[in-house]
Write a protein that binds this ligand. Structure first.
Ligand code: NAD
Length: 260
């Protein structure tokens, strides 16, 4: 990295977001972490990341269901760290249930956190990036932006929508040095997936071992989970100047799932 950059990673107290934040900080960026937990709870994680990387690492709680809190998060990041050069829209939740039983509350929450939050955060950062003539927006989408699976109506709809948003942002940012791409992971063994295993077992009437073998890794041709470090490395590359001509892309990291 040649220039000093600042990143905001939503939903970065756990899993993929935390790994991306760590990778960006190791690459030399100052980082604003975010999650819904209160600051005191996130403090040990923030302090550890700052100590490991030697970068400025801050944390701000904001509920990604709330557009006002998202705007306040962006303003806080800008005020405390100077600017936002790299925005990673990562926060996400999942719910696994057949459509006829799918809770309306869960549908609304998934659409809000996995899709609308990316719009609100992009809207709040886009103009300044365009003015600066440099910016990177990285949406942590999913293989479910490209294909569907049963019992995931809200998630698949939100992630397909997120890819659509990615493409529009790419077109609007293209002549201003701002790229926007969607990372589309297959299964990564994070808390989000660990929680699904018993739910899938219940919906399908099979054991948890069978869920891992015959559901989660069934389509992943490598038969291996994607790792959070692999996604962190891709985010670092997308945030680099070398990736200036990659924009509007859906980048599968899915062990060959979508090759079929
Ligand atoms: P995770 O549960 O480990 O992390 C989710 C993060 O989002 C946490 O930091 C959590 O605090 C945050 N979050 C959730 N609700 C929030 C809210 N209302 N406000 C603020 N923050 C909130 O899950 P993960 O697997 O690391 O998922 C991260 C992203 O990766 C999600 O968008 C998910 O859809 C996507 N993804 C995950 C997988 C996978 O297999 N794990 C695959 C493809 C895509």
């Amino acid at each position: 990295m040649t220039q000093h950059r600042i990143a905001l990673v939503t939903g970065s107290t756990s899993g993929i977001g935390l790994a991306i934040a760590r990778a960006l900080a190791r690459d030399g960026m100052d980082v604003m972490l975010n999650g819904s937990r209160p600051e005191a709870e996130a403090e040990p994680m923030r302090a550890a990341l700052a100590a490991q990387t030697g970068r400025r690492v801050l944390y701000r709680a904001a509920d990604m269901r709330n557009p006002q809190e998202i705007r306040a998060l962006v303003e806080h990041s800008r005020r405390e760290l100077g600017s936002i050069d790299v925005l990673v829209n990562n926060a996400g939740i999942q719910h696994v249930e057949a459509i006829e039983h799918f809770s309306e509350e869960r549908w609304d929450a998934i659409l809000a956190i996995n899709l609308s939050a990316a719009f609100h955060a992009t809207k709040a950062t886009f103009e300044a990036m365009k003015r600066k003539g440099w910016g990177r927006i990285i949406n942590v989408a999913s293989v479910h932006s490209l294909v569907a699976s049963p019992y995931k109506a809200a998630y698949v709809a939100a992630k397909h929508g997120l890819l659509g948003l990615t493409r529009v942002v790419a077109l609007e940012g293209a002549e201003h040095g701002v790229t926007c791409n969607a990372i589309c992971p297959g299964y990564v063994l994070t808390p989000l997936v660990e929680k699904q295993i018993p739910d899938q077992a219940r919906e399908r009437g099979i054991s948890e071992e069978a869920v891992v073998r015959d559901v989660l890794l069934a389509a992943q041709v490598t038969k291996e989970f994607v790792t959070v470090e692999q996604l962190g490395a891709l985010a670092v590359f997308l945030a680099s100047d070398a990736a200036a001509q990659i924009t509007g892309a859906a980048l599968p990291v899915d062990g060959g799932w979508t090759a079929r």
